[in-house]
Ligand binder design. Sequence first.
Ligand code: NAD
Length: 440
Amino acid sequence: MVQSTVEHPADVVSRLRTTFRSGRTKPLSWRTEQLHGLRTMLTEHGQDLAAALLADLGKGEAEAFRTEIDFTVREIDHTLERLADWLRPEPVDVPERLGPDATAWTVQDPLGVVLVIAPWNYPAQLLLAPVVGALAAGNCVVAKPSELAPATSRVIADLLPRHVDSDALAVVEGAVPETTALLEQHFDHIFYTGNGTVGRIVMRAAAEHLTPVTLELGGKSPAFVDRDTDLATVAARLVSTKFLNAGQTCVAPDYVLTDPRTARELEGALEKAVQETFGSDPARTSAYGRIVNDRHFDRLTGLLGSGRVVVGGEHDRATRYLAPTVLADVAPDSPVMAEEIFGPILPIVEVEDLDEAIAFINERDKPLALYAFTQSAAVRDRLIAETSSGGVGIGLPVAHLTVSDLPFGGVGESGMGRYHGRYSLETFSHRKAVLDKPLG
Ligand code: NAD
């Protein structure tokens, strides 16, 4: 096994490029072999990964399997079942002026050597799910896990090259200096998940080599709650998705938008739902995670003053525990509304009606997701038509990203490009046009 961490990034890329040029990664059989290898790694070493996720994020085992390990296995299975089909050349109509014997079609070419840079919040899923697409498309891959989830980074760096072709895939661990050195290399695609500040650094570096990028970023995803909805169900679904991974989820509902009367009723429903989900002391349940580091812990506790605490607010810096917290009476210009929260704080912001909610959303950066709880098809359709976001979830936050046939990605400040299922293959391939006009 080649330990990629001791190699200079330029040598890693050159080694992988030699493999790519040999043509070895192109046949379907090589691609499916890699996906099976990755699958074996996840099924045989799921416990090792779960232990690492617990160490890095206090992530409970059930959540680790559901949102990271089994999630990636499902993505692999979805791809394995359909890959041959997806790779079939697609015929297109040819204009008559080119003659009746001319035919045209598209094929999907692998790009070459691609770079995948992952963040710390779902450190296994967000590294490995893009890798599934990159390998399925026949590329060589440099995978860069987040240094802020060091245990997961280590386990993946150890396991991955043992389960896939290690001359086609390398894991490069490290922080800013290592990533900066990687970004100086010439890649054929860069797939980055994380914050927009670094997204800009990635895009600038990519421009040097005319390398296309996918940027999976974040933002403040609103959840509109219509009047006259079943608030017990709304609250249960908001709580189970907002406080997943202690709120450190890119598609978590960031804040609630609702009218003043519904806001009052929702407060009680949310308090009850938090108790039902996590018990009277969430610190004691293994189903509830911890904040990744002191910097984020201090940032989050600094936001608690932005409104009246309905439930939660308790925190302990030594264990980086911050209780699932709901804030009411939150002003639109308060600190908690200034940036993506990325933690277990759910502010309720009041608007008079749907028009005001739509205006509120449209005045801000385009979010990664928009959620709505409503019984009305007209309200749903207006929200879909009159706002722009990476994706939309009606009645259930977060779950749209578990549908492999849906593209997952942002728009505007929440990112560019998309992946999952077939969209990952598209992202990591070049769709090449072919015209064939016979001679004679
Ligand atoms: P992070 O700090 O782990 O950074 C992400 C990656 O960027 C890491 O691999 C890190 O090494 C690298 N990096 C950091 N600074 C760098 C620099 N100066 N130069 C080059 N590389 C650098 O994670 P994060 O950015 O804190 O992640 C949280 C953000 O990511 C949130 O905004 C969240 O919404 C977003 N996010 C988006 C998605 C999505 O799928 N769209 C998923 C998860 C998180």
